[in-house]
Design a protein around this ligand. Structure first.
Ligand SMILES: NC(=O)c1ccc[n+]([C@@H]2O[C@H](COP(=O)([O-])OP(=O)(O)OC[C@H]3O[C@@H](n4cnc5c(N)ncnc54)[C@H](O)[C@@H]3O)[C@@H](O)[C@H]2O)c1
Length: 448
């Protein structure tokens, strides 16, 4: 393959090896920004694209808006040429463009690919021969081939085509799922193998060369659809297994068995078992959403994904189960939810992160308000919480003092900064949805 500019595949690979290739990352969020920093650390000159001016300004002034990314890391990247912009004409200067924009669900629980289509439509006019475009956003199998490729070809004024083999000129397109687990300090990002599926062998080879410079292992697969499905399998596996332990937890409570003790014992088996933990419901941008991308797509093939639907049903019900357990706990004190003062501990969807997307805390607070409770929250990561796509709370963080004033404290997110012993000592009633009070013996605790 040689581009119309006379650049061969080996030239492009050499550019990657000697770090002269320029990388554009579209979407400077939880996925795109850390990826930009990884490439910058390896000496690549990275440009971050985002439609939010606030983010572009913050990054260009050497600041950060994600708690676990320190301004220092941004400033370090700036030394390798990292800049942020919302000007898509800059795409022309890039060699590879990686798309990391949101893929949420619509209000009817269907894939909302408007961010992906918006991005591809914006970059398509600026693409040229030899460019590599990689989609990282989680989506259903077929998106890259059926949506991204036609949009690129339609949106390019010079009639550019997507190259399918080494004999063809054009844009190279691939899909590579993001597999990060925010807050997980046990695996370094570069140790998470990177799955890559290209529209053709050259796209795969180029994408593997880029990722091979920052990840220890690249796993090429035969097509973008296989890579798209791989990511969904991983998330559906988690979603279904979490639903399983959430259901068993409810049974165990009735039977007077501690599910956490059961899981701890089961995980001593050296094969065939992986521990998943129950909780107040799913949260985050991935597990509650991604499986439904597949169940939507499956309908096109006249197929029902029953595991996904059943897991969704169990997991979506968990915040309601927490409310039932609270009602039961208050009942023991001759109180009702209506009129009670309740403190919700933790808004983030999981421990020690500053992300509240799809957090079960939001549902729990709304359910409590609907039932007439007077609700406050504490979360060191959120001084205030306003409106989101699915909620309107408009609340401010409450200091963690005078806990005796609350009829109940619900531990929804087990941030490690909390002193759980002190919380149990001071509170009248503690509803623990995370096993944060493990090892403590107190009649005030309801574990659920
Ligand atoms: N957050 C995670 O832990 C995680 C893990 C694995 C996969 N993913 C997937 O990665 C994708 C991105 O998720 P995220 O958590 O980074 O989302 P995010 O909301 O944190 O970031 C997305 C960014 O894209 C920007 N954006 C939206 N439309 C744009 C456009 N047209 N042009 C430029 N910028 C645009 C937004 O302003 C935002 O800054 C999603 O598909 C998600 O499912 C996320």
């Amino acid at each position: 393959m040689t581009t119309t500019d006379g650049i061969s595949l080996s030239d492009l690979k050499r550019k990657i090896e000697n770090r002269q290739a320029r990388i554009g990352i579209v979407g400077m969020g939880y996925v795109g920004l850390p990826l930009a920093l990884l490439f910058s650390n390896e000496g690549f000159r990275v440009t971050g694209f985002d439609i939010e001016e606030r983010k572009v300004k913050t990054l260009n002034s050497g600041g950060s808006y994600i708690v676990r990314i320190l301004p220092d890391a941004i400033q370090q990247a700036q030394k390798s040429g990292f800049v942020a912009t919302s000007d898509y004409s800059e795409i022309e200067k890039m060699d590879a463009i990686i798309i990391c924009v949101p893929t949420p669900l619509s209000e009817y629980h269907e894939p909302d690919l408007s961010y992906v289509t918006g991005t591809v439509e914006s970059i398509a006019p600026h693409l040229h021969d030899g460019h590599l475009v990689i989609l990282e956003s989680t989506t259903y199998p077929g998106t890259t081939e059926e949506l991204v490729v036609p949009l690129i070809e339609k949106g390019n004024p010079r009639g550019l085509k997507v190259a399918r083999n080494s004999a063809e000129n054009g844009v190279h397109v691939a899909f590579s799922p993001e597999r990060e687990d925010p807050g997980n300090e046990t695996v370094a990002r570069h140790d998470i193998p990177k799955v890559v599926g290209g529209c053709g062998a050259v796209a795969s080879e180029l994408a593997s060369a880029y990722y091979g410079s920052i990840f220890r292992r690249v796993v090429p697969v035969s097509s973008p659809s296989v890579a798209e499905m791989t990511k969904l399998l991983e998330n559906i596996y988690r979603c279904v297994n979490i639903a399983l332990v959430n259901e068993l937890k409810q049974l165990c409570i009735r039977m007077g068995i501690d599910i956490h003790e059961v899981i701890d014992a089961a995980k001593t088996k050296p094969f065939g078992f992986q521990a998943f933990y129950p909780g107040p419901g799913l949260g985050g941008h991935c597990i509650p959403i991604d499986p439904f991308y597949l169940s939507w797509k499956a309908k096109q093939f006249d197929f029902r994904t029953r595991f996904i639907e059943l897991a969704g049903e169990v997991n979506i019900n968990m915040p309601y189960f927490v409310i039932d357990q609270l009602a039961e706990g208050l009942n023991q004190h001759r109180k009702s939810i209506n009129g009670s003062k309740i403190l919700v501990l933790g808004l983030a969807y999981k421990r020690d992160i500053d992300d509240l997307r799809e957090s079960p805390s939001l549902t729990i607070i709304e359910l409590l308000r609907d039932k007439g409770a007077n609700v406050s929250y504490n979360d060191p990561f959120f001084p205030t919480v306003g409106r989101g796509r699915h909620y309107a709370l408009n609340m401010s963080n409450t200091p963690l003092d005078n806990l005796a004033q609350y009829d109940a404290v619900i531990i929804v997110t087990d941030h490690s900064a909390y002193d759980y012993r002190a919380i149990v000592d001071q509170a009248q009633l503690v509803i623990d949805t995370r096993n944060a009070t493990r090892g403590m013996d107190s009649p005030k605790i309801v574990r659920c």
